[in-house]
Design a protein around this ligand. Structure first.
Ligand code: TMP
Ligand code: ZN
Length: 399
């Protein structure tokens, strides 16, 4: 039996089975290339309520030189990073004597903002492809996984930024122990992750993919932090990835938790009751039925359709729904490494974004629904798109 990576209890309560799927960021080069499929089954721990997928895959198989997610390709993301850095510098009083560490520093999009203020910055980034871009822009980057064994390789940090990484970690305790080691006394850690409450509430099943080993609530993560002498000082609610939490964490100074799951509405939503998790499966199936019916209707009526975005979650969505090229002939994305390749499994070809203007379909499905405002604006204003804009999660919505 699998074991919960939070509390160690036996793990056999299935949240949802999304069927075998390839790694969602392993874009396929050619239409006839072979791919590996791995089970995509999420579980919930009946003891600590951590939602998770067992580590069926080795992280080095996922975060390697084929990894094609470049943070700085996304203007809105870069803007988010800039405000984050400026606020952190102001609230934590960082200056030229400070050291900022980022875990999963990607192509250096965030650390660049600190360097611009003459603050020493170091990144950990296991994917060579993205780390190389960071190094070219002068950001010291260790091509390493972060954990207890690697946390001491650099001077202790006044600020550790671990935004959108803790979900990607198979050995959670090793990672959190690394955070404890790397943090200077009095320092702060920022930990951002998509809130599992939103995933359940909004049926965001496409957020489930092999890269995301854990799906956190405050109530499931807090005991793990506490075991390593870390406490949550403050929590912010963010709109990113369909609804995220940003925890500000420090070395424990008092016994009492500073922020409670009650205050975030987690208890009221039912995150302490297994029945809440049990309702998810049926809602996922309903979402799939609606989506498939819509794609079939469009197909049978002879109207045209295309996707906008080739995010990792598109692979989960399309593979689970069984939507392939016959129902979705193409999608488009602004990430250079994705263009010209194919969405894993579903094998949908990825064109540049400008394709929307060149070959406008009747329906444009936002596969990156979390960028709805940005993508709608671009489609309408930049690409002159006048057709329908569609989102499929949690329900098919046609604009
Ligand atoms: P994400 O939801 O994981 O951030 O991925 C969003 C994807 O959508 C990523 O591949 C970049 C792409 N994208 C565009 O192609 N155009 C855009 O305007 C935005 C915001 C994202
Ligand atoms: Zn557990």
């Amino acid at each position: 039996m699998y074991r919960c990576r939070g509390c160690g209890a036996g793990l056999d309560h299935e949240l949802v089975d999304l069927g075998p799927s390839p790694f969602s960021n392993a874009f396929v080069d050619g239409p006839d290339d072979a791919e590996m499929f791995y089970p995509l089954r999420a579980f919930v721990c009946e003891v600590c309520f951590l939602v998770q997928i067992p580590a069926v895959a080795n992280p080095a198989d996922i975060f390697n030189d084929r990894y094609a997610y470049f943070s700085s390709a996304n203007a809105a993301f870069v803007e988010h990073a800039r405000t984050f850095a400026e606020n952190a510098i102001a609230t934590l009083g960082l200056d030229r004597t400070s050291h900022v560490v980022e875990v999963a520093s990607n192509d250096g999009y965030l650390l660049r903002q600190f360097k611009a203020h003459d603050i020493a910055a170091t990144g950990y980034e296991p994917s060579e492809s993205v780390a190389a871009v960071a190094r070219q822009s002068g950001i010291t980057t260790l091509v390493q996984f972060f954990g207890a064994a690697t946390a001491g390789l650099i001077p202790p940090a006044d600020l550790i930024v671990a935004n959108n990484v803790i979900a990607h970690v198979p050995d959670l305790h090793d990672f959190v122990e690394g955070l404890r080691i790397a943090l200077k006394p009095g320092g702060r850690i920022s930990i951002e992750f998509p809130h599992v409450l939103k995933l359940l509430e909004q049926v965001q099943f496409d957020q489930i993919y092999h890269e995301h080993y854990s799906y956190f609530s405050l109530l499931a993560l807090e005991p793990v932090l506490a075991e390593h002498g870390l406490a949550v000082e403050r929590v912010e609610l963010l709109p990113t990835h369909g609804g995220s939490l940003r925890l500000w964490v420090e070395h424990v100074r008092s016994q009492a938790p500073y922020v409670s799951p009650e205050a975030l509405g987690e208890t009221a939503f039912g995150l302490r009751e297994i029945a809440t998790y049990d309702r998810f499966k049926q809602r996922v199936q309903n979402c799939r039925s609606e989506a498939v019916r819509f794609f079939l209707d469009v197909h049978e009526s002879g109207r045209t359709i295309a996707g906008y975005g080739a995010p990792a979650k598109a692979a989960t969505f399309l593979n689970f729904c069984g939507i392939r090229r016959d129902l979705l002939p193409w999608t488009c994305d602004n990430t250079p490494r994705k263009i010209g390749r194919y969405i894993p499994g579903a094998r949908i070809p990825i064109f540049p974004e400008e394709h929307i203007a060149e070959d406008p379909p009747d329906y444009l499905v936002l596969l990156a629904w979390n960028w709805k405002a940005e993508m709608t604006r671009k489609a309408r204003e930049q690409f002159g798109f006048t057709g329908h804009i569609v989102t499929a999660i949690p329900h098919v919505e046609i604009d």
